[in-house]
Design a protein. Sequence first.
Length: 330
Amino acid sequence: MGSSNKKKKEKKKDFQKPKLKVGKPKPKASNFTDTSFKSKSIVVNQQTLVADDLEPAEKFKQNLSLAITAKSDNQRRDALAYITNQLTANPPNNPVGTSAVLTKLLPLLSDVSALVRTQLLKVLRALPPAEVRPHVEKILMYIRGGMTHLSNDIRSDTLNVLEWLLEVAGDEAVSCPGGWLKTLNSFSSMLGWNPNVGSALNSKGWTSSSRATLGTKKGPEAQARQIQVLAKFLQVGFKPEAPMPYNPMAYWDNIYRLPGTPNPFAYLNLFGTPRDEDSEMYPDRVSRQRIFDAKWRAAISTGMERAKKEGGTVGRAAATLDRALAAGLQ
């Protein structure tokens, strides 16, 4: 009997019709995620490339590369922050050397992110000044590129880098090849001050072009800032050399003792390409005064006088520049 009842129940199940759903389906939740797909790999859009188990030297190199290659502004900034912490540690950790750090990071002077440029300045300030001085010519090349950039913010941040360089290696900055005249040419582009006074001037002794073709689109503060940094640059260039103490053996030391500076005869340019006037070295105050008086004194004096008449922050900056010129050209 029991087996016959089971067979009847199984037959009833076989002949049961499927239930049909009537009406609209139940709406899906707002946070519903379709998980019916299959994927062989998962790609994360933003990911860190730094592993905690790396050696300190490898981690430093990885962050140095990440500071240049990362597409995210935050990643580049964080990589620069890590490098800053390593350079300011006690003792400092720099397995690649100052030269490699500068070669890698100097292109960031023209980075589109203000956060990256601000963090880059912190990295530069953490470098030992003695190790920065041999690379001044290369640093100035990137600084001049930033000073003539189309972005006003990049030009302003580049002036901060120039101020840092004048603090740690001012003498080298004004005496290296191209450091004097080429930098003054960059200031000319920023301020719109034409050094070729007398060639294309109006009746008032000023060029007919815009007063500041690249420098003052954001108001007088930008122009005042540029004039202030120009005054600092001229102060360093016109600073009197400290007198050498008397040394009775100086003559023989000059003949027989090995030089203590890298490339001590660079001013002779014995094996380099021929330099033009702008690329020449002006290693002493007298030579810088001479070339400045011949090429720049009239243009800067004219621009300074016009800036004084504007008053405000621009006028005060021009007064600072006037004092720097009076002290440096006396």
